[in-house]
Design a protein around this ligand. Structure first.
Ligand SMILES: [Zn+2]
Ligand SMILES: [Zn+2]
Length: 131
């Protein structure tokens, strides 16, 4: 359902049939008759981000269908990769200055230090955790 796969009836290849015996051809047709297979074809899609064309390969379409992905990919592989990397890079961890409650060394923590919570430097934190 929702699959845009091309459904085709498998037809026997009639090319070169003349060189074969009529008998062989007939049995080939019998075998081929009624066999329906779903064939995926490489499709060319246009990337939403860069406007470049990219191939949505038959194998990928099969993968999408198997995993019940309803939508075609909208971006080329490069842009998908770029977006993944950007998403990772877009979250710079803000570091706050703090003083270690254990050894008194200045340290940095990835959260706003609160007075009711002791801050430990990474060494002391690891030491405490390891206990
Ligand atoms: Zn692109
Ligand atoms: Zn410390």
């Amino acid at each position: 359902m929702g699959s845009k796969a091309y459904e085709r009836t498998l037809l026997p290849a009639s090319v070169g049939a003349k060189t074969r015996s009529a008998e062989t051809e007939a049995s080939n047709i019998q075998i081929a008759k009624g066999i329906k297979i779903i064939m995926y074809e490489d499709r060319t899609l246009v990337c939403r981000d860069c406007g470049k064309e990219f191939i949505f390969s038959a194998g990928e379409q099969e993968f999408y269908a198997k995993n019940d992905f309803k939508n075609d990919p909208v971006r080329c592989p490069e842009c998908r990769k770029a977006r993944k990397n950007a998403a990772r890079g877009q979250q710079p961890r803000e570091m706050f200055d703090a003083v270690c409650a254990s050894c008194g060394k200045p340290t940095k923590v990835p959260f706003q230090p609160r007075n009711d919570k002791p801050i430990y430097c990474s060494e002391c934190f690891a030491a405490r955790r390891g206990r």
